[in-house]
Design a binder for this molecule. Structure first.
Ligand code: 5GP
Ligand code: ZN
Length: 135
């Protein structure tokens, strides 16, 4: 458990949360400030700051729990779709530094918008960046 981590406190039962699902490795609960009706979070019980640091098994367990929850939300709330989202580092919108997956039910008439516009890139641009990533 990390000191001053609100999600560790939720795991430990020291902070209240509207829990939805629990297993040996994960806890799922309602997001306090939902983007849509039913917006939930899945976290590993073990503290890790973000995607770079999370243990492989915790990542697997979190993904499996997120899919279980997504199916349940789809079934119970009758949403039209689901977004699964993770933010790593503030530049990518991370605000709570305990790894978590957002399970965001989507509705045909919800107010969420795509936050960016895809940019055009030449084949050379793509090849250059790919080369940089491959190293
Ligand atoms: P991030 O911005 O790091 O991807 O997501 C953090 C999420 O945690 C936000 O959507 C925020 O609404 C939610 N959150 C922050 N504090 C609390 C809390 O104390 N309880 C719950 N249930 N959710 C929280
Ligand atoms: Zn934590």
């Amino acid at each position: 458990m990390a000191e001053d981590c609100i999600f560790c406190k939720i795991v430990a039962g020291e902070l209240p949360a509207e829990k939805l699902d629990e297993d040996e490795h994960t806890v799922s609960f309602m997001d306090l400030n939902p983007w849509t009706r039913g917006h939930a979070l899945v976290i590993p019980r073990n503290h890790s700051t973000n995607l770079y640091e999370i243990d492989d098994d915790d990542l697997r367990h979190s993904a499996v729990a997120a899919r279980r929850l997504a199916k349940r939300i789809k079934d119970r709330l009758g949403c039209d779709g689901i977004n699964l989202l993770n933010a790593a580092e503030p530049a990518a919108w991370q605000t709570v530094f305990h790894f978590h997956l957002h399970v965001i039910p989507r509705y045909e008439d919800d107010s969420l918008e795509v936050p960016t516009r895809p940019q055009e890139a030449s084949a050379e641009d793509l090849a250059g960046v790919a080369e940089e990533i491959r190293g």
